[in-house]
Write a protein that binds this ligand. Sequence first.
Ligand code: SF4
Ligand code: SF4
Length: 366
Amino acid sequence: MAAVNGERLLDCAICPNMCRCECPVDQEWRREASSPAGKARLAHLLLEGRLEWDSALLEVLSTCLGCRGCQLLCPFPGLDLSRELLRVRTEVCPAGITLPAAVPYLNNLKKFGSPYGARRSGSASRERQGRPEVLYFVNCTAQANNPRMQQLTLELLGAAGVSYEVLDQYCCGYPAQIWGDLDLARQLAEENAARIAGSGASLLLTDCPECWHTFTECYPCWGSELELPVIDTATYFLELVRQKRLKPGPVKEIGRITYHDPCIWARVADKCEAPRELLQSIPALELEEARPGGQETRCCGGGAMFQLTFPERSARIARRRLSELPPSDALVTSCPFCRENLQADGAEVLDLVELLSRAVFQEKDE
Ligand code: SF4
Ligand code: SF4
């Protein structure tokens, strides 16, 4: 990872918080210290040696979801405040100062390779002879909290005649990085990269935007660059629909859906079109657009593992986002963190893969 860009941080520190209305953390906390420029000011003073690290400062500098909402109104092209804050937490923060709420999850990562504790056994499976077309990376959040996702994804791959293998993997390393343990993140990346290379697969398939971002942006910086393309489930399944290898039919009892764009897919990966096209391939389904949506989407509060480290605040941000979404028969998204966070108060939220599975298999059952 590159060093902290002090000039960028100073630009942000002296900015009158142009973007604060787009920062979900600031909208919820309403404190100067957790506003975008407020965090930049504290980080800048730390770099200048005018403040000393302590756990309270680490907590404030950790209150960034990584959603890049601030970039929507930022007058400085190329300034990514979330990345600079992450660099401060991973590279400048002295060893031994850790966000207290992250400690048990970091311990789980070290012991089990997942922040959620022991991984489910028997997750690795294969449907192939020889080299698989697709290697499926099951994200830790779905593996722990929504294990059906793996089965549904494999059923869709099987129905399309795709040869696959499920990687017996560790966490991609994203949470360890977010919580400042770059050595642990690198170790996890190295383990995964070796297993991925050993599979001989042509494509790595992921349904988690943070895993995708970690594989494509962080692994090369950590010396674990992957030699195969990494693709998201929306783009991959859309291609299978275009090739008529998957044939979605109408979904019973769901006529209108609202789609919530996960912020990393929308603003970092520029993937707003594929999920919409995939939704439009389902007959008789109407898409109700969220406002703001697409690249201007708002974070659900699930970024940067907030559900684990700041659960109450994360839930309040989720409620705020839910209040912006138009009513429909189903709320659909394509990120395990969004799905989990938006349904915290009892709302039913479907992953795009869950909806596609209903569309493909319901038709066949009838
Ligand atoms: S990335 Fe998101 S949470 Fe972080 S400062 Fe920007 S708008 Fe706020
Ligand atoms: S992220 Fe950009 S708009 Fe927001 S406070 Fe910093 S410099 Fe200003």
